[in-house]
Write a protein that binds this ligand. Structure first.
Ligand SMILES: [Zn+2]
Ligand SMILES: [Zn+2]
Length: 639
């Protein structure tokens, strides 16, 4: 057997096959069950379809519906099926790209009108037919000239083809009547697509460029299992219900108004109350943990950002220049240089370090209007920012402190999280050995804490490695939480030094760190995490007192006063009927409704309805109620 190939499986077994054998034949050689379950294969690190011949020697992992990579293959294949359906209904529709994305897939079409919901329904039906037909996905390698011929009616595909070099391996895929320019891979045939749904349609610029034509994008999702699709659709519903823009309006927390400007948030009293409570808690905590609070202006000489290098690398994020005579000013995009200037204003000894300067610093960044999103992507934000000045030998201790503090804060707000370590990118400036040694030290800190962290190879900044905290919210979605960024470069640029025990001047190491991120993003995220039902300590309105009828109004008023005197945010609602008041309190997500009728007024009790509690109503002594509230606030209890 001279012509044979060897495929090495993940467990180390090597299987010998005849030359030209495919991944599917490998699966068959292992067993008929696997051959049936296999969806695609990973060959030498690359996901390919089962019909691809294997190279002479390779490492192969077969993918079944249990592997996350297989889901992407299914979803991308679903995009082809969608395009097949759209082309059958609208043969002249131009086709753009159709990738798998987080949570599903999309496909862009060049059509004169936006799609209607009725059209989406029709496409979905047609997709089910295409899937039912089990059309195989057939790969064909073509020359550039052949490809141009095949897609001569498709200007978008021709534009893409024009970017390929002449020796590029160009593949096209056919399923049934539909042909697409695509690198693959796909599932063996359209029959794998059983559980899918088209979700929405929206305009999208060709290649994301605002200057190009607007295409119509259809979003969809697909899963291998029916239950997974149902769970996903349920989560999408829940996400819609918790959308911070919807809740922000409903609960009167914030607004963004055209007259003020896109991406510029107005905090209403209710949102302002929440923000104040978060900031107040944060500042007190920071002071307890050895931070100093500093304040810096919103406008700054551009020169400062020339020294820091941001003028060069961060040009697009800066607001335009404001000229004053010969001086050029910018809105502040970040607080770092200001904190450096504060540090530099004094001489520091090795004994003074670490020095921790914290600021809830408002910054301004130019974001394209198309990328803005409620409170989560804005043009003005207040960063929970700090710069910590340490000696090189203090890196481990300071990172341990940061991780402790972050752990404490995230638990208070009820977030789970994981950590990631970003290592040296190619564009790094300065001594690679120092960078790598520091990265290793950060890795050791994480390991010593027993954290199961992810390594983001090359994901570090050009001036130093960082530790990222990724939080998971109540819907299982991940957000960027804290970032602890080590910096060896800025101390050189800004001359940040300390006098050592040897009486010599040495450069400090800077840690740029945020624990919560910006107040806008953090509180926007909290609104969705809690679904608007803020725990008692953060609720803008904590207790609403409802008299049953006229005779109990006085007792109700007295309870409101008593609660306010004890420091609680309480109000009286005597509008309309009791039923109306209860419903109103519930839809406003007030944590406690305290109902007082004549019986309660006489007995000095109150009928308490706790938001979301199983037991509808509990009668208790007023003093016990106040104590319970105090305890819940003191412990910052989550619901
Ligand atoms: Zn494809
Ligand atoms: Zn910074």
């Amino acid at each position: 057997m001279s012509a044979s190939i060897q495929a090495k499986l993940p467990d180390g077994t090597v299987i010998e096959l005849e030359s030209g054998a495919t991944a599917l034949e490998l699966a068959r050689a292992i067993g008929p069950g696997l051959a049936k379950a296999a969806v695609a294969a990973v060959v030498d690190g690359e996901v390919v379809e089962l019909s691809r011949p294997l190279p002479e020697e390779s490492e192969v992992r077969l993918l079944t519906d249990r592997d996350p990579e297989a889901l992407d293959v299914l979803r991308h294949s679903a995009a082809h099926v969608l395009a097949t359906a759209v082309r059958e209904v609208i043969p002249e529709a131009g086709i753009g790209f159709g990738p798998a994305i987080d949570g599903g897939f999309y496909y862009d079409f060049d059509v004169p009108e936006p799609f209607t919901p009725e059209q989406l329904e029709a496409f979905e039906k047609r997709m089910a037919d295409v899937a039912g037909e089990g059309q195989p996905f057939e790969r064909q390698v073509v020359s550039k000239a052949e490809a141009e011929e095949l897609f001569s009616d498709d200007p978008l595909k021709l534009e893409r083809l024009a970017e390929f070099s002449d020796d590029e391996v160009i593949s096209v895929y056919r399923n049934g009547p539909f042909l697409d320019l695509c690198r693959g891979p796909h599932v063996p045939n359209t029959g794998s697509l059983k559980h899918f749904r088209l979700l929405s349609a929206a305009g999208a610029y060709w290649r994301g460029d605002e200057k190009r034509q607007m295409l119509q994008r259809i979003y969809g999702t697909a899963f291998f299992k029916k239950q997974d699709l149902e769970d996903h659709l349920h989560r999408l519903e829940e996400a819609k219900r918790r959308d911070h823009r919807v809740l922000g309006k409903h609960l009167d927390l914030f607004s963004i108004q055209e007259e003020v400007g896109p991406g510029l948030v107005l905090w209403h009293p209710n949102g302002g109350r929440i923000r104040h409570l978060v900031e107040d808690f944060l500042k007190k905590t920071l002071i307890e943990h050895g931070y100093e609070l500093v304040f810096t202006p919103h406008v700054t000489q551009e020169e400062l950002y020339r020294i820091s290098g941001h003028l060069e690398v961060f040009q697009e994020g800066l607001w335009p220049v404001m000229e004053d005579g010969g001086d050029r000013f910018r809105m502040k995009p970040m607080n770092c240089p200001h904190h450096f200037m504060i540090y530099r204003a004094q001489t520091h000894s090795y004994r003074d370090l670490p020095l921790r300067y914290a600021e809830l610093g408002t910054c301004y960044r130019y974001e394209r209007s198309g990328t803005l999103h409620g409170m989560l992507r804005v043009r003005s934000f207040t960063q929970d920012d700090a710069h910590i000045f340490i000696r090189e030998d203090q890196i481990e201790e300071e990172y341990n402190r940061l991780l402790d503090l972050e752990d404490y804060l995230l638990k208070v707000f009820g977030y789970e999280y994981r950590t990631a370590l970003s290592t040296r990118p190619e564009k790094a400036i300065g001594d690679a050995a120092i960078y790598d040694a520091a990265t290793e030290r950060l890795g050791s800190v994480l390991k010593a804490r027993g954290l199961d962290f992810e390594v983001d190879e090359g994901g570090g900044a050009f001036y130093g490695p960082k530790v990222d905290i990724l939080v998971t919210d109540a819907l299982g979605r991940e957000w960027q939480g804290g970032t602890f960024q080590l910096d060896f470069l800025m101390p050189q640029r800004f001359d940040l030094q300390y006098v050592g025990a040897d009486n010599q001047r040495h450069n400090v190491v800077v840690v740029h760190r945020t624990l919560l991120g910006s107040m806008e993003r953090f509180i926007g995220g909290l609104i969705e995490h809690y679904g608007g039902a803020f725990p008692l300590w953060l609720a803008p309105e904590q207790v609403r007192v409802l008299p049953v009828s006229e005779p109990s109004a006085q007792a109700a008023g007295a309870l409101v006063e008593e609660l306010q005197a004890a420091g609680f945010r309480a109000s009286l609602d005597d509008r309309d009927t009791l039923g109306y008041r209860i419903r109103s309190g519930e839809t406003q997500k007030v944590p406690y409704l305290a109902i007082i009728g004549e019986r309660e007024a006489e007995a000095g009790t109150v009928a308490v309805r706790k938001r979301g509690a199983e037991e509808k109503q509990v009668v208790m002594d007023r003093s016990a109620f106040v104590e319970r509230l105090a305890e819940e606030v003191r412990t910052r209890a989550l619901d």
